[in-house]
Design a protein around this ligand. Structure first.
Ligand code: URA
Length: 187
């Protein structure tokens, strides 16, 4: 298996898709590499591209608040994205771009070996749980895949745009905390 260092180095030099042309930084991922819980977003926005870290813009502030609701912070979980380079004007990453990049996330998952993966929004859920995943209908439900418990909730950007989704996201967070307890995760 590739080491973290090898993986990070190859990802930082990646030219697998056109997104590499517009990037300031590859946004590899942050957090605890031994985490029991992994959160996966869609792709870097403007601030993430400038700073090289996931979820540091307005959506990131909300993600931090969401983590604190379930007694987590960035030091105990790992946070990554489906694509590591910013799509222009924050458009959805295209299928070909996701295909070109997903291998990095899959290797991150192999190295971390999380017990839980939380997909943040539709793009992560359709890529990691099921291609026809419907976030509005299925958020908060759990599936076990390859020994990892997986769920999805609304993307923090969606919760910034539409506050009426927040009570549902809150329930999803409580369900994540319940699953963490069930799996004997202390945090
Ligand atoms: N939105 C995402 O999906 N990921 C980030 O890293 C930032 C915003």
């Amino acid at each position: 298996m590739q080491s973290w260092e090898e993986l990070e180095q190859s990802c930082r030099g990646c030219t697998n898709c056109g997104l590499c042309q517009g990037r300031n930084n590859v946004v590899f991922g942050v957090g605890n590499r031994n985490a029991d819980i992994l959160f996966v977003g869609e792709g870097p926005g403007e601030q993430e591209d400038l700073q090289g870290e996931p979820f540091v813009g307005p959506a990131g502030k909300l993600l931090d608040d969401m983590l604190s609701i379930i007694d987590l912070d960035r030091t105990v979980c790992y946070i990554g994205n489906i694509v590591k380079c910013r799509p222009p004007r924050n458009r959805d990453p295209q299928d070909a771009e996701q295909e070109a990049c997903i291998g990095y996330l899959r290797k991150q998952i192999e190295l971390i070996q999380p017990k839980i993966i939380v997909c943040l929004g539709r793009i992560a859920a359709t890529r990691l749980i099921r291609p026809d995943y419907r976030i509005t209908r299925e958020h908060g439900q759990w599936v076990e895949k390859d020994g990892i418990w997986m769920t999805a909730t609304y993307h923090p950007s969606a919760l910034l745009r539409d506050v009426t989704k927040r009570p549902d996201a809150f329930k999803d967070l409580l369900s994540i905390r319940q699953m963490m307890r069930k799996l004997n995760m202390n945090r």
